[in-house]
Write a protein that binds this ligand. Structure first.
Ligand code: NAD
Length: 276
């Protein structure tokens, strides 16, 4: 079965409606520093989803030449004005991204990048759930996929997808057995073929072919890659779909849910702002 990410995204929007009415308009800032077209278009898509829901997203564009201190200063100003702050990554290489991240007040860090928020996540008491990993978990839960005791293989160990997702899946109560693969993994197929749930987050077009997937596996494709001017995932969808019990397409799979999880985090940040 093909999972319709847009459909699940609409479900999440409906669930937020009542809370949004009560809380008023959350105000977010998206800070970008001389960003590439991909990052700008991602931020505009967040802005559009926000508009639809009644969440204000101001895109704060800084010049490519801005230095770390200037970016931190802008964020300091936004900390007192906005409910939530996100940043467009990657930043230009001369900017110290970690310093910028830690200049966001943890209560406003709706992308869950701040070490304090990652610490809470690690301990199993998250304040904000990181958006893409949580989108994967939403898909599994909303399709009634059993996670407990299942073998999950994640391809990718980034701080925004693979690593936090692994932490979330091994928490008590979620109870998966997780293997995390990366560029130095030997015999990737041996790990992917073992997976009841396979999650691809490598950023490598069509890395996963049918021969790498167990019959009946659930396959979640986080990857977003441009290939010959077309958006494709890390999974060769046409090959793998007949073998998978559930599979997400690209586009229209994980992406729309990620933005709704971000908006739900914005609601939580609004509540936290009210109590500061
Ligand atoms: P990243 O480049 O930071 O990390 C990629 C990871 O994959 C690395 O840990 C690397 O070791 C591993 N990897 C790369 N090629 C591999 C290979 N051939 N074999 C095994 N491991 C390999 O990327 P990221 O920020 O984690 O994003 C991963 C992908 O997910 C990208 O395509 C990105 O665009 C996409 N993404 C999608 C969403 C969404 O909401 N749909 C959100 C974030 C990222």
């Amino acid at each position: 079965m093909i999972i319709d990410g847009r459909d699940l995204a609409t479900q999440i929007e409906l669930e937020m409606k009542e809370e949004l009415k009560e809380l008023g308009t959350p105000k977010l800032a998206a800070v970008i520093v001389g960003a590439d077209e991909g990052t700008k278009s991602y931020m505009r898509s967040i802005q559009r989803v926000g508009e639809k829901l009644g969440i204000e997203v101001e895109i704060v564009s800084l010049s490519e030449e801005s230095n770390t201190e200037e970016v931190k200063d802008v964020i300091s100003g936004l900390n007192s004005k906005k409910d939530g702050i996100i940043i467009g990554r990657p930043f230009p290489s001369h900017i110290n991204e970690q310093q910028v991240i830690t200049s966001i007040l943890p209560e406003k860090d709706i992308d869950c990048l701040h070490p304090i928020n990652l610490g809470f996540l690690f301990l199993g008491v998250p304040r904000f759930n990181p958006c893409t990993p949580q989108a994967v978990i939403e898909i599994l839960n909303r399709t009634n996929t059993t996670i407990r005791g299942k073998r999950v293989t994640i391809i990718g160990r980034s701080n925004i997808v693979g690593k936090p997702l692994a932490i979330m899946l091994i928490q008590r109560g979620v109870d998966a057995t997780v293997t995390v693969c990366h560029t130095k993994t030997h015999d990737l197929s041996a790990h992917t073929r073992e997976a009841d749930i396979l999650i691809a987050a490598a950023g490598h077009p069509w890395l996963i072919g049918a021969e790498m997937v167990k019959q009946g596996a659930v396959v979640i494709d986080v990857g977003v890659n441009m290939n010959d001017g077309k958006l494709v995932g890390d999974v060769n969808f046409n090959e793998v779909e007949p073998k998978a019990s559930l599979i997400t397409p690209v586009p229209g799979g994980v992406g729309p849910i990620t933005t709704r999880v971000l908006m739900r985090n914005a609601l939580l940040a609004r509540c936290l702002s009210a109590s500061l």
